[in-house]
Design a protein around this ligand. Sequence first.
Ligand code: NAP
Length: 390
Amino acid sequence: MRYHVLGLGPLGSLVAHHIRRAVPPVHAVTLLHSKDARLRHAPTSLHVQTNGVVTTSDGFTQETFHPVPNTKIDSLFVTTRAPSTLPALRQLAPRLSPQSTIVLVQNGLGVYDKLIEHIFPDPQQRPHFIFAAATHTTLFPPSNSSNSGTHTVLQPTVGSIEFAIVPDPFGRNFEAGFLDEAVHASERRPRLSDLATGESDPLFQHYRSLRNTVAALLLAEPLNARWKSMAHVQLTLRRKVVVQSVIHPLTAIMGCRNGDVFSSPNALRIAARICEEASAIYAAQIGEETKAWIDASDTDMGDSVLGLGRLPRVLEPPNLVRECVKASETTKGAISPMLSALRYGRRTEIDYLNGYLLRLGKLYGVQTTANALLYNLLRMRASLPIDLIL
Ligand SMILES: NC(=O)c1ccc[n+]([C@@H]2O[C@H](COP(=O)([O-])OP(=O)(O)OC[C@H]3O[C@@H](n4cnc5c(N)ncnc54)[C@H](OP(=O)(O)O)[C@@H]3O)[C@@H](O)[C@H]2O)c1
């Protein structure tokens, strides 16, 4: 089994580090580089500093996108920023197959939709997909520090990774363990055996990489990876998109740390408007999805649909605002990735945060005036290097 990691920023390096330390050396962990030139500076070992303790991993293999010979990819952890993902996966697509597994570990929503629209339109030809939401915080040391350039990742906050598997187009129920009525509710757990039972499984080869990728995630204990239902992870991702659509552009426009963003009540008013709009969008989306599901079920659902299609409480506007304030406090010393991207002249993830909500608003006929204003302000800020001119 070979595990590939695409996107060797701080988060990708953290993932590669812990997967390498967790899986036996017989399985390769390969760092992917888009350009040949990068291979020369490729790290042979990685270091992670957590709570003052440094751990090291080594034995990585290195590859460009088009190695000779051109080998298939079994398992691919994608830790690029959202806007870089589609172009990178276009190049890697010939090396991926329905037997491969892709783990999307990044901020923003809408990347998967773009990948299936543009690269993997046929569900039966698509690799297995895992969605992951990470709450670890990681960064590279500042360029003037002694460990700069040593492939060290600083991890100021140890978080977790919640992940879920996209449902199988062939009908295998990956989440059977969550619902197994033969087991007491408190004992219900996801099971690797629901992915593939082992060599005796006639479809083992088709599901092998999925099973091994989930096993590797669970083995890498310091990642605190937790296998959840898709409904749970979708809720987490929906909430996260709103929180980041508030904090990231506001901190980027204002040039402040996360913890300072709500120091004036004006920011809270903006957050409240963005959260109201997002909540209305999700209510419309969940309503439509439920209606489509009931129509497709083709039976009289009677009372069993009570409660279905209702907006989960965590997505109600006051709860979303509370979540924004909490996130600003828990990451108070941090510089948001959007502010950092502006400072270094890099593309931001705005199209996968506020831009994603704008697209959904249009789709479901929900007004998104406040969000559109914030989106345009950020785009304006990104195109005007004011600080350099004045
Ligand atoms: N860092 C965190 O604490 C954290 C926590 C939770 C979620 N996230 C999310 O996770 C994602 C990655 O975070 P990050 O902080 O590691 O981001 P990052 O610093 O931007 O790193 C992303 C990496 O991907 C590389 N990349 C971009 N395009 C590529 C391509 N075509 N081929 C190969 N590599 C490519 C970049 O290389 P170049 O520099 O050459 O472009 C960079 O090394 C983002 O969506 C972020 O929002 C990060």
